[in-house]
Design a binder for this molecule. Structure first.
Ligand code: NAP
Length: 275
């Protein structure tokens, strides 16, 4: 397990990468190198990037059954989440999270710019009183199906085609954001929203931040389509980081895709040999 302790110099370096410039930094310890290995893939500009993050308990819960989700992550887990927000162009949540938690989705625990706030609200049930619509912070974009009547409201609404399953297609969501210059995206929850992106194979990295508490019951952070055999389970390449109060599992789905392709190629070769 690698240890991460953020310094001001490293953080300013990462923020400079996010802005497309490079403020040089000297790496004096392994801990500095770990910091960069965790955050650099999010900060670096060039290719589009989709990060998902889940803050959960030891037993994989993100809230109690009554929906109390306020203090699942420890203070370093919160700082980690705010760093991730500060390094991306847009943060995406489902409307279920807005209704349950009324989050502001801003960067407060660290220095840096708050991302554009995006709410996937297929059926137009975003509460008009939601905090983020009134706090004067970063812009809010609400994504709705194109058959939902537009209400006059304080936020920008983007209408997308409703799919046969009744929802919005995650690729359409990313395309709509990219058209507005938002190419690095943090999908912050909840389980319904993250799972749709994972199922669509659109997550590059997943950070599972585990806090040392046991809730015992309540919802999980990810709910994928059921599988029958463990051989069908997702097996991303994982690096583990001790960030202080919490442990972060940095899951690289791009590496999993590369391995998947490699083994498919190998199977083709074996089949050809047999023929
Ligand atoms: N610990 C963490 O890391 C964390 C982070 C965020 C949230 N949470 C917790 O997660 C819970 C909420 O999660 P949730 O899974 O119930 O709700 P959610 O994912 O926040 O929102 C789900 C709703 O968003 C809409 N939606 C999302 N993606 C869509 C798509 N591709 N197409 C169409 N509609 C889409 C749908 O709205 P309609 O139903 O209107 O169609 C869906 O029911 C809360 O308890 C919150 O505290 C935890």
């Amino acid at each position: 397990m690698r240890s991460v302790r953020m310094t001001e110099e490293l953080w300013q370096h990462l923020l400079s990468l996010r802005e497309g410039s490079v403020r040089p930094v000297a790496l004096s310890t392994d801990v500095d190198a770990s910091c960069l290995s965790l955050y650099r893939p999010i900060a670096i500009r060039g290719e589009p990037m989709v990060l998902a993050q889940v803050g959960q308990s030891l037993d994989g819960r993100v809230a109690t059954p009554t929906g109390d989700a306020q203090d699942v992550s420890g203070c370093d887990g919160i700082a980690h989440l705010h760093r991730c927000r500060a390094l991306v162009d847009a943060v995406v949540v489902g409307v279920g999270t807005v209704v349950a938690d009324n989050p502001s989705l801003s960067v407060r625990a660290v220095s840096g710019r708050s991302p554009v706030r995006v709410v996937v609200d297929c059926n137009g049930r975003m509460p008009e009183r939601a905090k983020m619509l009134h706090d004067g912070g970063a812009p809010v974009l609400v994504l709705q199906a194109d058959d939902v009547p537009l209400r006059s409201s304080r936020h920008a609404v983007i209408q997308l085609p409703r799919q046969a399953d009744g929802g919005l297609a995650p690729p359409d969501i990313l395309e709509a954001l990219a058209e507005r210059g938002l190419t690095t995206v943090l999908v912050e929850g909840g389980a319904n929203t993250i799972s749709r992106f994972v199922d669509a194979q659109l997550i590059d990295r997943l950070h599972v931040s585990v806090a040392p508490i046991i809730i015992g019951s309540g919802p999980a952070g990810i709910r994928l389509s059921p599988i029958d055999r463990l051989s069908e389970a997702r097996r991303p390449e994982v690096q583990v980081y001790n960030i202080g109060t919490d442990i972060v599992f940095d899951c690289n789905f791009r590496a999993e895709m590369r391995h998947g392709t490699a083994s498919a190629d190998r199977e083709d070769i074996l089949m050809a040999d047999l023929a």
